[in-house]
Design a protein around this ligand. Structure first.
Ligand SMILES: C[S@@+](CC[C@H](N)C(=O)[O-])C[C@H]1O[C@@H](n2cnc3c(N)ncnc32)[C@H](O)[C@@H]1O
Length: 278
């Protein structure tokens, strides 16, 4: 089949010329034989037409400077999280605390997107002692490990367990940069969400309410427990829902985080907070 005919067929199946182009391109990357490319592209297009997220269909997705392996074992990394990493790096670069023996933690790592971005973007700038990727999902950690290997990341380890319980106690008072994107979608919003979200691990998305704030439980837990893990001057950045940012700034300040500021995404929406431990 001529390449243009295949592209037209896939476009008709998925209803988007751009998505069809990505699907055909991905099939061509995987295979060399024309008929095998067509078969694979059709299979991918059918999955997409059934409603599966494009990122899972393609099996890889861009996050900041990285091409990550993505599949249903972990949440698809989002552009707003790229902005949380940007805010974390910007704040950390103001002090460069720990640059000579740098320790970072990514809590709720999923694909490893955040921690692996820190490794890639800081490795020529600092001496990395350790970057720890934490998740309580074994599926997510197996995917994060695949990404560590695929990207050749150095001094990045994974730790299995719930939030700080996964960390070795020797890391207490030692972390220079901690970034987290915990679940923060309120359960009450479940019914209103796009069908595509149900392909993603539900534990990665939804959180219970806390402090009278929908979906705030994991964010609150992290803010309440983070300080003992941080080195003096260490930076904490946490992604959360827009409605949580205002209360979280106050909550974090009350619990000892200094210079707390909101993080905005590229659309100008509130997306998280960043602060410093003094
Ligand atoms: C919103 S996803 C973020 C994934 C990834 N960091 C990203 O930004 O694409 C939240 C992640 O937190 C993990 N998680 C949920 N509860 C957890 C807990 N109690 N301890 C550790 N990880 C948890 C989920 O398995 C999921 O991978």
């Amino acid at each position: 089949m001529a390449p243009n005919d295949l592209l037209a067929e896939i476009t008709a199946l998925v209803g988007s010329a751009q998505e069809a182009a990505w699907i055909v391109e991905e099939s061509e990357k995987l295979l060399s034989d024309d008929s095998a490319i067509a078969v694979t592209a059709r299979e991918m297009a059918e999955r997409r037409a059934d409603g599966e997220p494009l990122q899972y269909v393609l099996g890889s997705w861009q996050f900041r400077t990285l091409e990550l392996i993505v599949d249903e074992r972990a949440l698809i990394p989002r552009p707003e999280t790229e902005q949380v990493v940007e805010a974390a790096l910007t704040r950390w670069r103001e002090s460069r605390v720990g640059a000579e023996s740098f320790i970072a933690v990514d809590l709720g790592t999923g694909t490893g997107a955040i921690g692996l971005s820190l490794e890639r973007e800081l490795r020529d700038e600092v001496s990395i002692q350790e970057i720890v990727l934490v998740d309580r999902s074994h599926d997510a950690l197996s995917l994060a490990l695949e990404n560590i290997v695929a990207l050749g990341a150095q001094r990045v380890s994974v730790a299995s367990g719930s939030w700080f319980e996964a960390l070795t106690p020797s890391l207490k008072a030692s972390v220079h940069l901690l970034v987290a994107n915990p679940p923060y979608v309120a359960l009450r919003d479940r019914g209103a969400l796009a069908q595509e979200l149900f392909y993603e691990p539900q534990d990665a998305l939804f959180a219970m309410d806390a402090q009278g704030i929908p979906g705030f439980r994991d964010v609150a837990y992290l803010l309440e427990n983070v300080i003992p893990w941080m080195a003096h001057g260490g930076v904490v950045a946490i992604e959360m829902a827009e409605h949580q940012v205002g209360p979280a700034c106050e909550f974090a300040t009350d619990r000892g985080l200094a210079a707390v500021q909101p993080i905005l995404d590229l659309a100008g929406k509130l997306r998280g907070i960043v602060g410093v431990v003094q």
